[in-house]
Design a protein around this ligand. Sequence first.
Ligand code: ATP
Length: 691
Amino acid sequence: MPRLAIAPEVLADLDAFTRPTRRDAVIAMRRFLEQTTTAPHPERVRNTRDPRVATLWLADGCRAVVVRQRDVYWMLTVLPDAEAWSYAQRHRFSVNAAIGVAEVWDAEALERVEPALRRSAGSTGERLFGHVPETDLLELGIDALLVPLVRLITTDVNLEALEPLLPESQYAPLWVLGRGGSMAEARQALDAQAAVPPGEAEVDVTDLPAALERTPGRAAFVPGPADLERVLSLPRWCTFLSPAQHRLAHQSEYEGSVLVTGGAGTGKTLVALHRAAHLARAGEGRILLVTFSQAVAADVAAKLDVLIEDRQARERIEVGNAERLAHRIVAEAEGRPPLLVGGPDLATLWQEAAGICGDLHSPAFLLREWEQVILAQNLCTLQEYLAARRPGRSVELDDEERTYVWKAIEHVTGRLRATGRRTLLQLAAEASMLLGRDTGDLLGDDAPRREPYRHIVVDEAQDLHPAQWRLLRAAVPPGPDDLFIAGDPHQRIFDTRVALSTLGIKAETHRLSISYRLPQEILSWAVRLRGGGPADGLVDGVTELVGFRATHPGRRPEVREYTSPEAELAGLAVLVTSWLGDGVPSGEIAVAARTGDMVKEAKAVLGAAEASVRVSTLHGLKGLEFRRVALVGVADGVVPAADTLTPAAEDPTARAHDLQRERGLLYMACTRAAERLYVSYSGRASPFLPP
Ligand SMILES: Nc1ncnc2c1ncn2[C@@H]1O[C@H](COP(=O)(O)OP(=O)(O)OP(=O)(O)O)[C@@H](O)[C@H]1O
């Protein structure tokens, strides 16, 4: 029986055919797998660059291109007849000599660009890889046939133009070298292309079937018709991960905790979903998948339903957020749901507290001190507070001042206690103490009384507060695969700059750097907006955005200036109407603004224009993705929101952090757009917008 491996492109290719043709094509594939008498058979194509390539007739005007070796057929694409033959003639198929993965490259297109490269090389002495010895290029897995062409490349722009024509496993190390990276860095980029390391044995470049087994992102083996149906009917992200994503999600076991960082759209959520699925299938205990909000949780839960076929495994995973977990634990312990304090009441209490301090410190200063120093370190007594470090707070407080501040804060906590109310962070702190007390050494398998989870997978980890981290830490016993954490410090939208190591979470760290969501133009614009600089939190030290790149080109973001807010809103209505007119489903369009008032105005104007799409605050976009995103009111004084900034006179460090947070918020919102980004303002532009 033949063994069939499906490439990811086949899914979208089949969708391009009419429904009856698609159905016939799938029936033909099934017959091929089962080798029935009516099964299609491989037909040779004339003038191919590779003798192993053939086509399979699947339906009228619909043909698959396969590369065959021994009993394995790698199905690369499904196209109308003439296009299938042309594809078969144009491409080469090889095994990367360094890491043993299967590769496809458009040899004809490369031959066509060679004269232009030669001309450009002739007109200048410059060579991007002139200094790199041939042995190094070969060591980096560059195919010997390609080395002469690589030698002709003069600039990184030349190289980038070749990206669509080269296999990613050859492009990735070249890209690093081309930007001045060292051999070691280029080797790292190459190794990241191996989903399954080739092991000690030397790679056999003639063994394509073995290479396909090492290339799960480009070849899904379908042993039988049921597997075939499943791969063809599921969305692509369920089956095909990039090598780095695959390795992270499917490693059989990690010794302890894992942290995955990466820029926007690099697949962190996807990896978290696949890791949760992997752990659930391995079948040991309950798993909590923590997301940021209930809205995102619903989306994540629906994706898990699609990803995990086995119902028992699916039921092992609970999707929730830290607030909900804390609420449940406290409710269970106290026998009734805890009462939460409302925002206005809390604001009044902080006003009173500031009065107690003789108005030496503002309510905002006291609130920060409480959340970022006292709750963050779980300080329970004045003595502990007097002895504590106050990281991130630049205003020094001597013992006397700290005692005043403590008293003021005690006023708030005392009033809350007296009225039986709590904040969400207090609830988290309480829940982690309850878990510590109730589980303690009961976390083992012998007495799993309140042991909540065997594994916790955390997405959007950059915005969790230390109190919430302590809760998660207490909710899973330390051990192999206890915490799998994904986050991006550059997208942080709250003031929670905490390194996991300071919370006793020692995580091995990995990084994803290729964005599958953002077109290159949106990515580079957003990076300029973010400042490209480092961000702290999660990891020790800082995370840089260097090496962050996109897989595809697109349109540049459109930035529009208006003379008045009315004109800006009218412009928004025209824009969204035109997007809907382009056939973009309303669920794939998002409009957002910094303030609630602007959200209301945008809703009103879009409602009047019968352009009903999602409209939210910038915060409301977190964790989501849309084809097209319009951000309005991105003006000076609005972004950053003046009322959220600590006055520099009061605490310059806090102000700098506030500005970073606001910048991160705008960056996060901009990077939700998979296809088009529109940003508008009236008056002066936000200082965050790149020139
Ligand atoms: N290997 C891949 N191939 C194709 N598409 C991918 C791949 N990895 C991720 N994607 C797609 O890219 C998009 C972004 O993925 P995901 O939401 O997991 O990224 P993220 O890193 O969590 O993003 P963010 O931090 O910006 O929220 C999704 O549409 C996802 O399906």
